[in-house]
Design a protein around this ligand. Sequence first.
Ligand SMILES: [Zn+2]
Length: 300
Amino acid sequence: MVPNSLAVAREKKWKNLIAGTKSCVLSSRFTKSACFSLGALVCQTILMLTDNKKPALCISIHDVAPTTWPECSRLLSLLDSYENIRSTLLVVPDYHHHGRIDSDPKFIDALENRLSHGDEIALHGYYHLDESPRSCNPIDWIQRRMFTQSEGEFAAISITEGLTRLQRGVDLMAHLGWPLKGFVAPAWLMGKSAQQVLKQFDFDYTTTMNGIFRLPDWQFTWSPALTYSIRSPSRRTMSLLLNQTRLILFRNAPLLRLCLHPVDCHFDDVMIQWRNFIETAMETHVPMTKAEWVLSQSKI
Ligand SMILES: [Zn+2]
């Protein structure tokens, strides 16, 4: 479990160059992408020269819940058209208060089929809604209300409420008998209180827009995440262009993440681009779940 000194030094270098906790929390799909790209490209080149491991590809489906399952199934059909893809399913226990996952036997059966297929289940908030009090800080307001449409449940959550929701989620997964290694905050927004709460649980990792933290030591590995923002035609067009550029820039990243959302399946151009990205990435990267990637790092 103890990484060698070279790996530790490399991780520290990445952390200094790319991401601190604060910058991760403040990042968003658009505002920070351009700022990180140049530095990340330099870091990617450095890491490529010093890392002999074959690059990894982690594909995840966000917002998995009974109400989104028809759309998630369409995304999984895409992934299942390739032989060796195992994905990480980010499950929300009670998505938007529409009902707990354990009240839907068909959904439970479907998820258990995915587990037997080799997919991983990770905890993705509890309600996936930011119901915390409004912030007076304009940056927080823009981040929480404008960019993420009040989906960042753990952006400003209190310690008490965070503890309650995380414990409920963990207990629910345990009750269902589903192995749980990772927690991903909705909209990748995790405030200081949420970080304190997370330290009290036995997760192996958590992720942000810019990378993965291996727990409990919070060892950060930078990793580009391709995802779409498609709330308006203009944003979707921008996402298509931005993602194409990011894939060209980061094609050789040691860890590349493709982050699919249920709504993606409603847009043919997005689905076509996802298929292209998957095929391009699989030429150079080995697909694996996030839990598998974390485990592989502990063996270095
Ligand atoms: Zn989400």
